[in-house]
Design a protein. Structure first.
Length: 66
């Protein structure tokens, strides 16, 4: 699912403590920076949602919260 990363998303993320990036997922392998299931994850990492990111976000269909 793609969405716009902007002020509204940033406010909701802070207000509700949303977790959605690979770094918060049980399938993320920190040592390699990769997904244990083999999915490409550059667009799902924390950095993709930051100010230097592309300006839109993509949620991973396989995300499982730690």
């Amino acid at each position: 699912m793609r969405f716009i990363v902007g002020r509204e998303f940033d406010a909701e993320q802070a207000r509700y403590a949303l977790r959605h990036a690979c770094e918060d997922c049980v399938f993320f392998v920190a040592e390699t920076g990769r997904c244990a299931n083999g999915y490409p994850n550059a667009m799902h990492r924390d950095a993709a949602f930051g100010p230097e990111g592309p300006g839109d976000g993509t949620f991973c269909k396989d995300f499982e919260l730690l």
